[in-house]
Design a protein around this ligand. Structure first.
Ligand code: NAD
Length: 312
């Protein structure tokens, strides 16, 4: 069997085209576009790429998107002051603080900063208010990656209700909200993490397997029940030729990418999983683009709600 490819890129584009006229209508009605403020502190190659893609998509659809940069030497107080300014801004409807914050800011800094975001502008769904509302199944804003995955499963008509979903990873931004969203759609949900014994055996019970780990190719065929839907959230940059060779057989086009660029972007799911899974998201082109589209959708909804407009 070769797994059906779940094309996140195509769905992400469709979602962007769906909101484009709504963004134009908002702009015409309110004399300003919906606005997003992105906070980026310090230098981090991954974050630079994520933020660039978000800014590009936002500009393309007609949003106002401002990159608010702070140097790596910025303090927690500097960052909180910036969030406070964006909270009070009339032209910013959504605020996104790009993770991770510099380590020098101290343990718990990320949480302190997320806590400071006004819940009505929390388009990443990370404030305690929005997380609490999600637990109670009445969320206003839900973390963009898991909500994008739900859109993809629904669009691809992959049944969730009554099925066993296994989520590997328990982060606040992916694993936990993913598990809750699946639970709210009547899946039986198991959450696995770095301390889970017999991980492959547990994962093999899944009808829907979500990998949000951050370890290149950790999920092999041994983790997958034949026919399962496998969602690969991981984004890992492989620079070691030995690792690249364990992932891609000689002659594989991605191995050529590695050889020409010196690195290759891979997920948490080993490519061999395509031989057993029923459906699989590619990396790149799977979950990543959906995350950005959900961010755009949340920003538009935040703008509409702040303007007292009925939210679509
Ligand atoms: P994280 O580091 O916060 O969490 C990783 C989780 O994986 C932890 O809960 C940990 O317990 C678990 N884990 C680690 N090693 C494990 C192991 N050997 N076995 C089982 N579980 C293990 O990471 P995160 O922010 O949740 O992101 C996970 C991955 O998803 C990363 O590669 C990240 O880059 C990617 N990501 C992608 C998108 C996207 O839009 N595509 C968005 C967010 C995160």
């Amino acid at each position: 069997m070769t797994a059906r490819v779940l094309d996140g890129q195509a769905l992400a584009r469709k979602m962007q085209e769906e909101i484009r006229p709504e963004v134009a209508a908002f702009t015409a009605q309110h004399g300003r576009p919906p606005g997003l403020g992105i906070v980026l502190v310090g230098e981090n190659l991954g974050s630079e790429i994520y933020v660039r893609n978000k800014l590009k998509t936002a500009a393309d659809i007609g949003f106002r998107a401002d990159l608010e940069r702070l140097p790596a030497t910025a303090t927690l107080a500097d960052t909180l002051a910036l969030v406070d300014r964006l909270n009070r801004s009339a032209v910013h409807d959504g605020i996104l603080v790009q993770s991770p914050l510099p380590k020098a800011m101290g343990a718990g800094a990320g949480q302190r900063v997320f806590d400071a975001i006004a819940p009505e502008k929390d388009v990443d769904g990370l404030t305690p208010v929005n997380v609490g509302l999600l637990v109670q199944k009445r969320a206003a804003f839900i973390a963009c990656t898991p909500s994008g995955i739900i859109e993809l499963l629904q669009c691809e008509r992959i049944q969730i209700a009554g099925r066993h979903a296994v989520v590997i990873g328990r982060s606040d931004i992916v694993g936990k909200p993913m598990a809750l969203l699946l639970l709210h759609r009547d899946a039986t949900v198991t959450i696995c993490h770095s301390k889970t014994p017999s991980l492959a055996e547990v994962c093999r019970q899944a009808d829907i397997l979500v990998a949000a780990i951050g370890r290149a190719g950790l999920v092999t065929k041994a983790f997958v029940k034949p026919g399962a839907a496998v969602i690969d959230v991981g984004m890992n940059k492989v620079t070691d030729p030995a690792v690249a060779q364990t992932l891609f057989a000689e002659g594989h086009p991605r191995l050529d990418v590695f050889r020409s660029k010196g690195s290759v972007l891979v997920g948490d799911v080993h490519p061999e999983v395509a031989e057993v899974a029923g459906a699989l998201t590619p990396v790149p082109g799977g979950v990543g683009p959906l995350t950005i589209s959900m961010l755009m959708k949340n920003t538009l909804r935040a703008a509409q709600a702040r303007a007292g407009q009925a939210v679509g």
